[in-house]
Design a protein around this ligand. Sequence first.
Ligand code: ADP
Length: 277
Amino acid sequence: MKPIIQVKDVYYKYTNQQDELTAALDGVSLSIHEGEFVAIIGHNGSGKSTLAKHFNALLQPASGDVYVKGMNTKDEEQVWSIRQVAGMVFQNPDNQLVATIVEEDVAFGPENLGLPPGEIRLRVDRALESVRMSDFAQSAPHYLSGGQKQRIAIAGVIAMRPEIIILDEPTAMLDPSGRKEVMDTVHYLNKNEGITIVHITHFMEEAIQADRVVVMEEGKIILDGPPREVFRQVETLKQIGLDVPQVVELAFDLNREGFSIPGDPINIEEMVNILCR
Ligand code: ADP
């Protein structure tokens, strides 16, 4: 697998009102490969959003480098191409929808690319199909549910034909059914359209569905691996104040009480299989 995002020893600081500097990224190195589904977790202020904004050149490193498909995000001439390769979806769907009709909203990006009308039509239709929102093409976004609005925001990104979608807590403002809709959509895009996904979340049950989990703390990456390996580090995660998935917590408690739960189960199905054996 080829790396599609490469982060090399990146430092970043924000200047606050007193002109003091807070280190938001403190020596981060990371490679994300084509087709991967990566979850980034960590508590508030650990640097997740700051890192995500480096992936599509919304921020540039103070030192170190970020490459997206080989393009350095510091290279101003490449910023436009980088943003086409790597699209971003944010927490609040209301802030991302700009038009009064769904299909006009999805067309907004391709129109800005100056594409011919036939190509725009094609992209909008395909993007709405990918998020299963074709029936709502003529609807007004503000009549949709939170999950549906977020799927429209994702369609707007897909219409730009990105290779990577970075989602910064896309489900934080949604109810459980909206969260599921959005997660199903994102997994569909990863599996069926090969889009690389970077998903920032504070829901551990979402993180276990990723191929890989990256844990951030105080601007550094402290754990990085498949969900089962990362969530095996229950004590480290608790020390930094993070939750673990319910099943992991249950296995941890049972093991502590003297039971022996083999295989580090991370979801209910695995736990049920182990307990029934
Ligand atoms: P997370 O996404 O994990 O919650 P952030 O990347 O938003 O973390 O924040 C990392 C650090 O940078 C925190 O200390 C936060 O207070 C600080 N920070 C984030 N955005 C700004 C900003 N616009 N101005 C000043 N400090 C900021």
